[in-house]
Design a protein around this ligand. Structure first.
Ligand SMILES: [Fe+2]
Length: 311
């Protein structure tokens, strides 16, 4: 495993860092305060909303033929805590299990402010026993309290944690190469992590920040999965990428450039208790090898998906 300086900044007494304190203030202003003023109505309404399963199918000539039809259960941004209590998070994992994914990819922000209760969630994720396992990259919120603790809890549970690291999974003698990078804020910093982590032949890149897509395009990586934006949580009706996550170009949904594809999930949890035209989601992604016989542009798969399990 390649070690990165980011490890150093994401560990230690992060609990008292300025970032952690700012996050607590934000949590008070956008969640605790409005909820108290509304007599608890804001939170009750938020917690009554369902998490939807979204089916997406896409393809790339770069995707290995042996994994044509791989079904990836992509979850992100649980923000486990007040906005997503453990019992609801476990229910989401059960929903994910019902889809029988071949591989589970979690793109970070497992926790919101503290890592309490992360262990049962991560154990439930690993407990689904997806044939190709479960892999996780950490997000900026995972780093607020103690990234090393979240990482250790995941590893203990049986979830592979990719911190500027590459994982090879094998199925019937075929190899799928998955890279996962550290949280980074800018396109340039994401690209630096990709350069430090990815050699040739990465099939799947996991990055909390979708800004990694630029680096993935440069390396012809066929599929990148990201979260972080939450789809803005407030979006235009039927236009998921038109939302308030203005700091991002790729805010929600599926994107394509050259042979590279990006899916940005709207996430499972929230950082403030409101979602408009942007439901919390589990993304079931069917990834296909494009041998030239498919239409040039991908489209969402019909509900229920039509992917076959990898051969
Ligand atoms: Fe998040």
């Amino acid at each position: 495993m390649k070690k990165n300086p980011a490890d150093a900044v994401s560990t230690g007494k992060a609990k008292t860092s300025a970032k952690y304190k700012r996050a607590r203030v934000r949590h008070f202003l956008f969640t605790v305060g409005p909820n108290r003023l509304s007599g608890g109505r804001v939170m009750r309404r938020h917690l009554s909303q369902n998490v939807v399963v979204k089916h997406i199918e896409t393809s790339s000539p770069q995707w290995p033929k042996a994994f044509d039809g791989l079904r990836i259960g992509h979850v992100s941004d649980f923000h486990l805590g007040e906005l997503l209590p453990l019992d609801r998070a476990i229910e989401v994992i059960r929903q994910l299990g019902d889809q029988r994914p071949d591989l589970i990819a979690c793109t970070g922000d497992v926790v919101d402010l503290r890592h309490d209760h992360a262990a049962p969630l991560l154990e439930a994720m690993a407990g689904l026993k997806a044939p190709l396992g479960a892999a996780l990259v950490l997000g900026n919120h995972d780093e607020l309290h103690c990234a090393d603790t979240v990482s250790r809890l995941a590893l203990n549970a049986g979830v592979k944690v990719l911190r500027n690291d590459v994982l090879e999974v094998h199925h019937h003698g075929n190899r799928l190469t998955i890279a996962g990078i550290h949280w980074a804020k800018s396109i340039r910093a994401c690209a630096r992590h990709i350069d430090e982590t990815c050699g040739e032949g990465v099939d799947l890149l996991l990055s909390h920040n979708p800004k990694a897509f630029h680096g993935a395009i440069d390396r012809n990586i066929p599929l990148t999965l990201s979260g972080h934006t939450h789809g803005g949580q407030i979006a235009m009706k039927n236009r998921p990428n038109t939302n308030i996550a203005l700091a991002h170009r790729h805010r929600a949904g599926l994107f394509s450039q050259g042979h590279s594809r990006l899916y940005v999930t709207s996430g499972v949890g929230a950082w403030f208790p409101l979602r408009i035209n942007c439901p919390a989601e589990i993304a079931m992604i069917t990834m296909r090898h494009d041998d030239g016989s498919r239409p040039s542009h991908e489209s969402p798969a019909p509900a229920g998906g039509n992917g076959k399990r990898p051969t």
